[in-house]
Design a protein around this ligand. Sequence first.
Ligand code: PMP
Length: 434
Amino acid sequence: PRPNALSESYWMPFTAARAFREAPMMFVGAEGMHYLESGGRRVLDGMAGLWCVNAGHGHPRITEAIRTAAGQLDFVSSFRMGHPGAFAFAERLTAAAPEGLDHVFFSNSGSEAVDSALKIARAYYRVRGEGGRTKLVGRAKSYHGVGFGGLSVGGIGRHKRDFGPLLPDVYHLPLPYDPARMGFPNGRPAVGADYAESLEALLAVQDPSTVAAVIVEPVTGSGGVYPPPQGYLERLREICTKHGILLIFDEVITGFGRLGTCFASQAFGVTPDLIACAKGLTNGAVPMGATLVSAGIYEAFMAGPPEAVQLFHGYTYSGHPLACAAGLAALEAYEQEGIFANAAAMAEPFAQALHALRDAPHVVDIRTIGILGAIELAPRGGTRGPAVADRCFAAGVLVRAAGDMLVLSPPLILAPAEIDRIAQTIRDALLAEA
Ligand code: PMP
């Protein structure tokens, strides 16, 4: 196997020297479920790029929309200017969002969508004369990007360790997960709603009138695919409503069909006050993030606090013409090609194929929901995951390793044969590691 080709070092700057020393997997093209190597080999993409290419790679409709947009208007600022494509996309996006989230702030990534959500939440209370509400609550093992806001509310210690001091007045709830207690027969534990009481416990210590927002991923993604126990998100919603605290869902991974509905909040029947999304927003084809908010939050933010002229927030590239064109085409493709419905139909075969790996060597836990899966391997200092992923890659299947864990989120256009190939390739790789 290649030297740790799937390790986090891949994130480092693309200097030529580094990229070649680390021997990354190099792709020159992509189509549908596959990446293409320069030698012509096709690699089955078990990760949808990085949880983003939900309609498959190189989607003709999206590619064409980007091409057309690039020929029309290269750039226009979102500060007192705009273009029709941004409004058309905002309309389509909010129509697909849960009831009530009908305004959108565009940005360029998941990290920015999250930081925007956190800033908007605080500003909302400032405008309402509740400026004392500044505290933020995140959750253990959650990933909210690499900006200082997202990093601060995020719950993956090793990501944060070397960048402090981070935001003050941030608190974390525990991960609602205990394999011994819950088990994962169908991917979604029936018990564990009571983990939400940790929020009440926190609010018994931290005065609720000092807390602005609670942010959670509906399904913990990068931290290891932990589906929420039944009733847990509902209870978080209740507690936030009771104390007047805003609930933010980070749907950067779960948005755009991973759970068979456009947003996870629709799958779980729990509506947050704000949603941060990115990735599948444009099918990964152009960088973009979006923060969806209710009319009340939007109006407060736009009005600004009494003593200020106007709140300032926004990015140079907010609502970029290429991104809006890609996003609109992606939403049309998702809807017209029944891509979320396919995700819903494939969820059960996907779960069965992965859970069937329970008896394979080194496997200690398997978690699935929708078209998301994690296979936890017996710990070996973080080297087992990359070793197994490298074997899969050698066999032509791309899976992601995160320490001693394999993570799967293939494009939502997957078919049973591809599910079987992914599962069989992982089984063979685990057997070879024995
Ligand atoms: N939130 C979640 C839940 C994510 O999974 C990610 C990216 N993996 C982010 C935020 C950050 O997104 P980006 O990398 O586009 O900044």
